[in-house]
Design a protein around this ligand. Structure first.
Ligand SMILES: NC(=O)c1ccc[n+]([C@@H]2O[C@H](COP(=O)([O-])OP(=O)(O)OC[C@H]3O[C@@H](n4cnc5c(N)ncnc54)[C@H](O)[C@@H]3O)[C@@H](O)[C@H]2O)c1
Length: 402
């Protein structure tokens, strides 16, 4: 099998995918990283022909070519680079926020439709073992149809202010205009929303959201700087199949958790808060004759899979390894990836429109269907953003509810 030649834009978090590439018949051939000092020892690790670039257009022309590019650059600046890859016929894997504005979402969908290359939304949370189990059980059909599902990505990284300010991860100290300092609570919504959409196939059509605001914190939140002050946004979506989702975006309240619950017409599956690698599966005994009313268990993975996950570095309980394995498999087979460009831009539309709802006191906003060119036209000039751009462009909307 021909090895896929992979390049990575931005060598921060995306470096966590490199071992997974080699475990899935791919090679890491080049990177583009503006911090030139990160060009250290890479040829020794990845070969004499390895390319280090600080300019993206040069990176795209790497001798021998690139089959796939993984985007690991700033959270809010993926769309432009994804579009350039698609224009060059290079498959692209982009995680978290596919587009930071509605206009970018329109441009991205148009580029993906024109390209012979594939757009892959590299969201990893559906590949956590508990979500894989929920997916298997839900698609098995015994729970019936989803009526309501909820998920929380709750990641408080709090320290007393004096200590937080010393941390390099405390972005305000490092780079005041860094995206994490301006990250509205609804924008990092992919880890809670995408798994619900992936498992159920439901697509949000309308969104409404309320913030939980907390000024005067005595603790420093290392993941989002002190500009935002909303500690969570509670986001509700009404979906195309009449179900409802409740998600939090990136919350910073209570205790750390990644939790979910799917409530269906014959039963429900959830993971247990505080024991979130355990599943509770319950049926309404009257609905599913022959089923035990209650199961509590930890999903098993095979020893072979456990070994691969270990070799890959184990990131996010193996979800990073599985993201790469699945993405490369679909690229090789030329099959439409389940989390495609429409899926990705829907997640981003919820992120953006939910923030607008927060600012508008909870007013509902539509989630457009970007399959439809007439619908796209309404958003093609909607460039509103709460972020600073790397080119110095200023935010055009507030990042906080206050
Ligand atoms: N899925 C997950 O679990 C997960 C976890 C953490 C981060 N992320 C995502 O990874 C991405 C990167 O986040 P991060 O934590 O590494 O921090 P970051 O955004 O600060 O780092 C981005 C890296 O890309 C480089 N970069 C930015 N723009 C560039 C450009 N135009 N050309 C070349 N290099 C460029 C930067 O120098 C930096 O090294 C974000 O999209 C983030 O949302 C995902």
């Amino acid at each position: 099998m021909k090895k896929l030649r992979v390049g990575i834009l931005g060598l921060g978090r995306a470096g966590a995918f490199i071992k997974s590439l080699y475990l899935n018949d791919a090679v890491f051939v080049a990177t583009c990283e503006t911090q030139a000092e990160m060009n250290y020892g890479l040829k020794e690790l990845y070969g004499e022909d390895f390319g280090f670039y600080t300019d993206f257009e040069e990176f795209l022309k790497h001798p021998g070519g690139l089959d796939v590019v993984i985007l690991g650059n700033f959270f809010h600046e993926h769309a432009h680079y994804a579009i350039r890859c698609l224009e060059e016929g290079i498959h692209v894997i982009s995680e978290c926020l596919s587009n930071a504005t509605m206009a970018e979402g329109v441009a991205l969908v148009r580029a993906a439709e024109k390209s012979k290359a594939m757009y892959i939304y590299g969201e990893n949370y559906p590949y956590y073992p508990t979500y894989i189990e929920a997916d298997k059980v839900y698609k098995g059909g015994t729970l019936g149809k989803v009526l309501f599902a909820e998920s929380e990505y709750n990641h408080p990284l709090l320290l007393p202010l004096a200590e937080a300010e010393k941390m390099t991860t405390y972005y305000l100290r490092k780079f005041e205009k860094h995206w994490r300092n301006y990250l509205p609570r609804t924008y990092y919504i992919q880890h809670s929303l995408a798994p619900l959409m992936f498992v159920t196939g439901s697509t949000p059509k309308t969104v409404t959201a309320f913030p939980s605001y907390n000024d005067g914190m005595e603790m420093g939140d290392q993941l989002t700087g002190p500009n935002v002050k909303d500690r969570a946004a509670i986001v509700l979506t009404q979906n195309d199949d009449h179900s409802v989702f409740r998600v939090t975006g990136m919350a910073s309240f209570g205790a750390e958790d990644i939790s979910f619950r799917f409530c269906c017409d014959k039963g429900q599956i959830e993971n247990i808060r505080g024991m979130d690698d355990h599943i509770m599966l319950r049926y309404d005994a009257g609905c599913v004759p022959g089923k035990e009313p209650k199961y509590f268990y930890k999903p098993e993975i095979t020893p072979e899979e456990a070994e691969l996950v270990k070799k890959a570095g184990g990131g996010h309980e193996g979800a990073d390894f599985r993201t790469i394995r699945e993405a490369l498999k679909y690229i090789r087979e030329g099959k439409q990836y389940p989390m495609d460009v429409y899926f990705a831009t829907t997640v981003s539309s919820v992120a953006i429109q939910a923030h607008r709802s927060v600012i508008a006191g909870g007013q509902p906003f539509e989630i457009p269907d970007f399959h439809d060119e007439e619908v796209r036209k309404k958003y093609e000039n909607d460039h509103d953003t709460p972020f600073w751009g790397s080119d110095g462009s200023a935010p055009t909307m507030p990042c906080s509810s206050h």
